[in-house]
Ligand binder design. Sequence first.
Ligand SMILES: Nc1ncnc2c1ncn2[C@@H]1O[C@H](COP(=O)(O)OP(=O)(O)O)[C@@H](O)[C@H]1O
Ligand SMILES: [Mg+2]
Length: 204
Amino acid sequence: MAFTVAVIVLKGGAGKTLSSIALTEAAAESGAAATLVDSDPMGGAVRQAELARESGRPLRATVLGLSTPDLPKRIGSITPGADLVAIDGPPPGALKIAKAAIESADVVLMPCPARPGDLDRVPATLKMADEAGVPVFGVFNFYKTGTNNAAAAEDLVMAYGVTMLETKLIDSTKVAENYGLRPRGPVARYGRELLDELTRKAAG
Ligand SMILES: Nc1ncnc2c1ncn2[C@@H]1O[C@H](COP(=O)(O)OP(=O)(O)O)[C@@H](O)[C@H]1O
Ligand SMILES: [Mg+2]
């Protein structure tokens, strides 16, 4: 049985697609069979897989698009033999698909922008996962050490009761420039740390 991670927060631009790619590429890099299921009807992960192929360095994970409330029933047959499956969550309005992604998963990974104004959808995301009985791990993105925003975001996720991973992704143009490419530099490192910490804390 694949270890299945739904990468969900009911907020756009939080780093769901980036985290899904980083996680599955780290697993594939280490020799595991990794599948990324893109549940966004706009197909952002599928598009980035195409771009990576065109760049000459294709993603190593299998990437496929499936955006349907049927996901819990279909996930097993579309990811045969996978060790790790990441489901890249849909945009905030697609609540049925977000719910289906959560119900298909062992664990929810919730990217949390380290900016207080971008954390307003965290409680609704936690509630959805709680109703499905699926544990949630938060991960900070756009993190800037020593800033007021980082401190305020840390206070806020603590007040919301989020279990945060130690892994964080910094806010960086190097990260933004990795769009449509196989993860390298800080994105590749983030993927490896994420895989290691999630596997230890959720699966192991
Ligand atoms: N830490 C970061 N630093 C700089 N840019 C980032 C960072 N994380 C994500 N981005 C960029 O922000 C945009 C939104 O990220 P994405 O993963 O597509 O979010 P989501 O899937 O949650 O909508 C993308 O262009 C991505 O490259
Ligand atoms: Mg996305």
